[in-house]
Write a protein that binds this ligand. Structure first.
Ligand code: UDP
Length: 153
């Protein structure tokens, strides 16, 4: 069964370009509820850990430089089939290839400064949410916390 939670980052370019409000409006218009949200800034070790899967990729250092370059908004979002629905809403990693009307097509400039992150699986949605939020900071529609985190977190 598909999960109903995903995790997003409004990246430093989105914050710098004053697109927090526009992007949150698109997220709500897309039928997502905000379950948790923070304005924060990644330290280098945090960005390296968050993107650890890309450690060997040629763009890793630039990605970490960029993700630590300024404040970000992190949020946990709720909607049926959230991971897939959110990736459709944000569009292709490369904004030049993103469908018209998607968040990256509207607010991103390049593949590296692409405005938003969206989890790519239910498991990563839980892991990434737990990276930034305690269970007590997450509020589902009923007010209760329903995200079951992996044991080791
Ligand atoms: N990225 C990059 N250059 C690339 C590919 C990816 O800078 O050639 C960055 C980009 O910010 C992207 C992130 O690495 O959002 C993670 O890459 P992934 O392939 O997981 O894309 P996403 O899931 O974010 O669409």
């Amino acid at each position: 069964m598909k999960g109903n939670i995903t995790f997003t980052i409004l990246k430093p370019d989105a914050v710098k370009n004053q697109n927090i409000g526009n992007i949150l409006a698109d997220i709500n218009a897309g039928g997502f509820r905000i379950v948790g949200m923070k304005y924060t800034r990644l330290r280098r070790e945090e960005a390296e850990a968050f993107y650890g899967i890309h450690r060997e990729r040629p763009f890793f250092k630039d990605l970490v430089d960029f993700m630590t370059s300024g404040p970000i908004v992190v949020a946990v979002l709720e909607k049926e089939n959230a991971v897939e629905e959110f990736r459709t809403l944000i569009g292709n990693t490369d904004p030049q290839k993103a469908d018209e009307g998607t968040i990256r097509a509207k607010y991103a400039k390049s593949i590296d400064a692409n405005a938003v992150h969206g989890s790519d699986s239910d498991e990563n949605a839980r892991l990434e949410s737990s990276f930034f939020f305690a269970q007590s900071e997450l509020f589902t529609e009923e007010g209760g916390v329903q995200i079951s985190y992996p044991q080791q977190v």
